[in-house]
Design a binder for this molecule. Structure first.
Ligand code: NAI
Length: 568
């Protein structure tokens, strides 16, 4: 077959002159600069430039990685819009992976809100407009029957951890269809930056089963299938094919984190696949673990044990019921009461009001264990006055729903009520930190799902702890990987919560800060990973035999380092 060349010397095959897109890669010269895994930019040494055909391809300056980090941060800080910062960081990840992770690790507190909540939520909303690279696998209904082929097309063969979404319910933003991809990409960046999981072993996946978001379907820049979501058997069969293919491609120990599925599906798939696969759902279990940690950390101030508290959840979805269940498990673990008795200390409140036994007939299964005997109550303030909870947790996606009356009612119940406004992004938070301290007269212990600035009340400065799942999931993933766990057990999330709570210092508590400072997060992840791995060995779920003597040492030393390598 003959092809012609255009003025740039490139082939101009017409439709009847198709050519095969054949190419081979060599890790030198310009290909080396274009390979994000190996590129070091101006940090290539003179010897490396000579040995790898880079002469003339770079300006003469030879820089350290530290200077490169400074330059990136200087540039990122110059952008006024958080979304521009997000794009700049994603560009960096595409250009120079090690530099990206070094920047992220060394500036974790500043950059976390950009690469993770809340800004990654904005990025998902705009994903069609800002899209210029896949960043992971997109598997759509068009790939039915070929999902294994999709996985085989991914260039890395040694994948250990997958984060997968179907975009059904992104953060508190609803159905974003195929534009949910920003979430698996962001979460896996944190697997590496915070949990030390090697980037080459992580795989973000977006399943596209359609979207019911009409605005997206009408948007010319939408990147997904232009059809309504499939449901029922067709949807379940698609997920089943995916879960089967994942094991065929990567084996029994592949970790699959379900992310931002609509809540009914999230509970169903977690229940179904946790028996056959190494899976967890961060929205349910990770959230539960980080929230439990905050409550455990608060106990020295509130006094008493976990079992001495009464919990009310405003919002009874994945987050609310997940937290309620893990709290009940922790009470059972340390007390002499059954799981059912422990569950009776937690109350759920949803769109219909208090979840009670009389509503059992119409409740989803995941709410039923918390449907207790009580008269039905329609409004939150009355529920607080009747039930007298000492802990109020907002997971409702209803911004501002913890009103002055709600907060004042909570202040009646305890000298230091625990109030958590977990809904994300910031505009969805049930109350602000400022209002919480104002209406409880500085007595509450507050934590939020999105970052809030410190608050000064009555001359005292309070730092707002962020119940951020990223304290938990990177360490849990690393622990599963280093132990070769074959299943995830709830005990691992209890262990993670207990470990995280231990990192909260007396000084933190003096500022009413229920979570430790972010800069320490890699150490926290390592300790969590060691605890998770220990649980895997204790429960007979670990496959890496024999059990290493020093799990913490292993968890720490096996963490990915973003420092550049030297090339021969
Ligand atoms: P979901 O959609 O599963 O649940 C939301 C629940 O709120 C549903 O039960 C719904 O019935 C209830 N609800 C809605 N409007 C209500 C109203 N007016 N009154 C009472 N209840 C109402 O969502 P999911 O996954 O539980 O997440 C909830 C929120 O928590 C989201 O904003 C999410 O971003 C946030 N979240 C925060 C986390 C953190 O801070 N670490 C982690 C996970 C979720």
């Amino acid at each position: 077959m003959s092809t012609t060349l255009d003025s740039y010397g490139e082939e101009t095959g017409t439709k009847d002159q198709l050519v095969t897109p054949w190419n081979h890669q060599i890790a030198s010269g310009v290909e080396l600069l274009r390979n994000p895994r190996y590129n070091k930019g101006l940090a290539f040494t003179a010897e490396e430039r000579q040995a790898h055909y880079l002469r003339g391809l770079l300006p003469p300056a030879i820089e350290t990685q530290d200077i490169q980090v400074k330059r990136i941060m200087r540039n990122v800080r110059q952008y006024a819009e958080p979304l521009q910062k997000y794009e700049a960081l994603m560009d960096l990840q595409e250009r120079n992976e090690r530099l990206f992770y070094k920047v992220l690790i060394e500036n974790v507190e500043e950059l976390l809100p950009i690469v993770y909540t809340p800004i990654e939520g904005d990025a998902c909303e705009e994903y069609g407009e800002i899209f210029h690279r896949s960043g992971g696998l997109f598997i759509s209904l068009n790939d039915k029957g070929h999902i294994l082929d999709c996985l085989k097309n991914w260039p890395e063969k040694n994948v250990e951890a997958i984060v997968v979404t179907d975009g059904g319910r992104i953060l508190g933003l609803g159905d974003l269809g195929c534009q949910g991809m920003g979430i698996p990409v962001g979460k896996l960046a944190l697997y590496t930056a915070l949990g030390g999981v090697r980037p080459s072993t992580t795989l973000p996946i977006q399943l596209d089963v359609g979207t019911n978001n009409q605005a997206l379907l009408d948007d010319p820049f939408y990147i997904g299938l232009r059809q309504k979501r499939v449901t029922g058997q067709e949807y379940d069969d698609f997920i089943e094919e995916f879960m089967t293919a994942v094991k065929q491609a990567y084996g029994e120990k592949i970790l699959v984190q379900f992310e931002d599925f609509a809540n009914q599906n999230a509970f169903r798939f977690l229940a179904k696949y946790s028996k056959t696969h190494l899976v967890f759902n961060d929205d349910i279990q990770g959230t539960a673990s980080v929230t439990l940690a905050g409550v455990l950390a608060a106990l020295p101030i509130t006094g008493g044990t976990l079992a001495d508290h009464e919990f009310l959840f405003f919002g009874a979805g994945e987050a609310g019921t997940g937290i309620a269940e893990l709290i009940a498990m922790e009470i059972t673990k340390h007390g002499k009461i059954s799981l059912d008795e422990a569950r009776r200390k937690t109350w759920l409140f949803d769109t219909e009001g208090l979840v009670t036994k009389s509503r059992k007939g119409s409740l989803y299964d995941y709410k039923k264990p918390f449907a207790h005997d009580h008269e039905h109550i329609k409004d939150l303030v009355s529920a607080i006055k009747k039930l007298k909870p000492t802990v109020l947790i907002g997971t409702s996606t209803q911004g501002g729903s913890f009103t002055k009356e709600v907060l004042e009612a909570m202040a009646e119940n305890h000298k230091s009520p625990i109030i958590m406004a977990l809904s994300n992004p910031t505009k969805k938070a049930e109350c602000t930190a400022e209002d919480c301290y104002k209406y409880t007269k500085g007595r509450a212990l507050f934590a939020s799902g999105s970052p809030f600035p410190a608050v000064t009340y009555d001359g005292k400065k309070y730092v707002i702890g962020e119940a951020n799942n990223c304290y938990i999931f990177p360490g849990v993933a690393h622990g599963c990987i280093i132990s070769g766990a074959i299943r995830v057990d709830a005990e691992m999330f209890l262990k993670a919560a207990e470990t995280l709570a231990e990192f909260v210092t007396k000084e933190d508590l003096e500022r009413k800060q229920l979570y430790p400072a972010f800069p320490n997060i890699r150490n926290i992840s390592a300790k969590i990973a060691a605890g998770v791995a220990a649980a895997a060995y204790d429960l007979g779920l670990a496959s890496k035999i024999p059990k290493p003597k020093d799990l913490l040492g292993l968890a720490t030393s096996s963490m990915y380092s973003p420092s550049y390598r030297h090339y021969r």
